[in-house]
Design a binder for this molecule. Structure first.
Ligand code: PLP
Length: 341
C-alpha cells in the first residue's frame, strides 16, 4: 500500500450502494422509493425550535457547551424469524457483544418479548454487551408494541440503547442521535465519541430537546407527532402493500418502521436482467427498473454480508415515508408497466 493509500480496513466500504443509487436517481429521475428519507416537511415545532436556538440571545446555544454531562397469504415481518439454534451457536466465551435492531430496517420486524428474552438470556449467560438500535421506536403499528431489551430483568447494566432524531422527527439530514445505558458502559462510548467527532451540532441538539419536551406534554394524545406520524404511515404502508401486490410482487408487511421488503421474483420474466452487469440479481433488477420503468428501490442483498448475499437477492426494499403524490405516481407507473405485454 502506498503511504497515503486507503487502508485495507476501509476498502470494503469504498463502494457505497447509497452513493451509487443516489447517482442513478439523478441520472434517470425515477420515483425514488429507495432511500429512507421523508420527502415532506418536518414538524413545524421542531424546525421552529431549531431556528429559535440558532437565533437565541443565549450565545451558548450555538456553542459546544454540553457534550456529555405466519402464515396466511400475507407475509408480515413477524414471519421473519431468527434461528435460535444458530444464534446460540454463535455465543461463546470470546463473544463481546451483540447488536440488535428493533423495529428492524429493512424487514420492519418488531422483536417479540419472547425473542428478546431469548437474546437477553444468551447475553447474560455469556456475559456479553447488547447494543440495541431502536431508532424506529415510535413507528410501530398496532397491535405490536415496541419493547426495549434494556427493560428486561438484569439487562439495563449490559445494554446501550440507541435512538435517532432523524427517525423520531423525520429530519434524516440532522444526523443527531443519542445513546443511553449504565454509566460504566457510556463512559467507553463517550471516550470514543469525544475523540472522533468531539461533540454534536448544538442548535440541532437544542431543537431536538425542545421537540421532546413538547412531545412529552402531549404524549399519547391525538395531536402527538408520534401518534400522527404512525397513523399517516400506516395508510401509506397499506397503500404500498396493495400496489406492490397488484403489480405481482410479494411484500412483507412491516410491523414497524417505514420500509417494505418485497419479493420481486414473479416479475423475472418481465425484466431483462442480462442488460445489467452486477453480480447480484437484485442489483440487476433494481437498476433495470430505474432505467426502464422509472421507480427506484434498493437491492436487498446490500444488507447481507458477503457470504449471505444470495439470501437477499429475491427482494427489493422500498420506502413509504413519501408524499402521497409520489406513492401514487409510483403505483401508476408500476401498474401501467405491468399491463404492458
Ligand atoms: C436501523 C438504523 N439505525 C441507525 C440509522 C442511522 O440513523 P441516523 O442517520 O439518524 O443517525 C439508520 C438510518 O437509516 C437505521 O436504519
Amino acid at each position: 500500500m502506498s503511504r497515503f493509500g486507503t487502508p485495507d480496513r476501509f476498502k470494503a466500504s469504498d463502494n457505497s450502494v447509497w452513493v451509487e443509487y443516489r447517482q442513478l436517481s439523478i441520472d434517470y429521475k425515477p420515483v425514488n422509493l429507495g432511500q429512507g428519507y421523508p420527502d415532506f416537511c418536518a414538524p413545524k415545532n421542531v424546525t421552529k425550535a431549531l431556528a429559535n436556538a440558532a437565533l437565541s440571545p443565549n450565545p451558548l446555544l450555538n456553542q459546544y457547551t454540553r457534550a456529555f454531562k405466519k402464515t396466511s397469504d400475507t407475509i408480515t415481518s413477524a414471519d421473519w424469524l431468527f434461528d435460535k439454534k444458530d444464534m446460540e451457536k454463535l455465543f461463546n466465551e470470546k463473544t463481546k457483544g451483540i447488536i440488535i435492531n428493533t423495529p428492524h430496517n429493512p424487514i420492519g420486524k418488531v422483536f417479540t418479548l419472547e425473542e428478546l428474552q431469548f437474546i437477553a438470556n444468551l447475553a447474560k449467560r455469556w456475559n456479553t454487551l447488547v447494543v440495541s438500535d431502536e431508532v424506529y421506536e415510535w413507528i410501530v403499528y398496532e397491535p405490536k408494541r415496541h419493547i426495549r431489551i434494556a427493560t428486561l430483568p438484569d439487562m439495563f447494566e449490559r445494554t446501550i440503547t440507541i435512538g435517532s432524531a432523524g427517525k423520531t422527527f423525520s429530519v434524516t439530514g440532522w444526523k443527531i442521535g443519542w445513546a443511553y445505558g449504565p454509566e460504566n458502559l457510556l463512559k467507553n462510548l463517550k471516550i470514543v465519541h469525544q475523540n472522533s467527532i468531539y461533540t454534536c451540532v448544538t442548535p440541532i441538539q437544542e431543537a431536538v430537546a425542545v421537540g421532546f419536551e413538547e412531545e412529552l406534554a402531549r404524549f399519547g394524545q391525538p395531536d402527538s407527532y408520534f401518534v400522527c406520524l404512525k397513523n399517516e404511515l400506516l395508510t401509506k404502508r397499506d397503500f404500498m402493500a396493495k400496489f406492490l401486490t397488484d403489480v405481482g410482487m410479494s411484500p412483507t408487511i412491516p410491523e414497524g418502521g417505514y420500509f417494505m421488503v418485497a419479493n420481486w421474483i414473479a416479475l423475472e420474466n418481465k425484466v431483462r436482467l442480462e442488460e445489467e452487469q452486477d453480480a447480484n440479481k437484485d442489483y440487476r433488477f433494481t437498476k433495470w427498473m430505474i432505467k426502464n420503468v422509472g421507480v427506484l428501490g434498493m437491492p436487498s442483498s446490500t444488507f447481507y454480508c458477503d457470504g449471505h448475499k444470495h439470501l437477499g437477492e429475491d427482494n427489493v426494499r422500498y420506502c413509504f415515508i413519501k408524499d402521497d403524490e409520489n406513492l401514487k405516481r409510483a403505483a401508476e407507473i408500476l401498474l401501467k408497466w405491468k399491463s404492458q405485454k
